[in-house]
Design a protein around this ligand. Sequence first.
Ligand SMILES: [Mg+2]
Length: 357
Amino acid sequence: MGSYANGSTCANEDSPLAEEMKEPAFPSKTMSLHANGWLNDMKISSPTAVRVNIGNPGAFDPIYRDWTKKYPSALNAFGKIVAYGKGKKTVLFLDYDGTLSPIVDDPDNAIMSDQMREVVRNAALHLPTAIISGRSCDKVFDFVKLTELYYAGSHGMDIIGPIGKSGSVTDHRSCSNSSAKQDKEVKIFQAASEFIPMIDEVFRLLIEKIRGIDGAKVENNKFCVSVHYRNVNEKDWPIVARCTDDVLKAYPRLRLSHGRKVLEVRPVIDWNKGKAVEFLLDSLGLADSDNVLPIYIGDDRTDEDAFKVLREDKRGFGILVSSVPKESHAAYSLADPSEVMDFLKRLVKWKEEEAFK
Ligand SMILES: [Mg+2]
């Protein structure tokens, strides 16, 4: 098992976590600058869930109700949203975890319901729909199993398009080596693919490092590594931060970002979910059009880059999925995946009605 720079071991049998917490190792300079900052970010990114009343979140919670004055429910504001989108081409961008699937203890079990799958499929039949996730394309596709969508995995560094659709970014069936894919995605993949061996190395080191932390899990998402701590006792979060910091110190070309109860290690390149939205709009020939309404629905901090792009460009809406009040660049809110499903159903119904006018 690996060691801290100051010589203390990271969560192994000789050094039980409980003891580590009672007598924390003296932090190195890097750790105090980064890991402690990360710990704050981990707490900010992962607020303790205060359950609201599903179905009518604001009714009994004055704090939440107050928050929705700033971020109105996209269901309540539906009329306003579609009035803005009237006659425009609506493009839908969806995060996966916590947006289409519930946040669960084991990230491998973040399964979307059949009902949600059908709603998303129906949405994709009516309007261009993309899923933008921190997970790899292959992993998201395994969960979603819909061929009608665009998938932007690894925070958009890995983009594939609907099967057999002309004008799509790529063909999912030939995800790994299609020349068409290489032609279309060259500016993405040239930037990120050189990092794959480094990502693999960091993945192996992190597995070794956090092996003894109860509930922690490391996931290789091709262009990024995710360290999941949603199943880790909060008292052990500092150890997760320290272990990750320890590994990352040797990799200045990698950086850390925060999702919801997940630390994500990514290459230092100018790429994020916001860039992925711009890339996809561009690929679909919808980038400069005033007649386009992009809607992005997501639940965590990595989605903020996309919310920001839409807000700054004044050309669409971000919708934050959250059952607890938090600051966001989104314009609207939805409480949970079941409200996302209701919103998508209404959007499809509106599109169907519009088609008959
Ligand atoms: Mg999410």
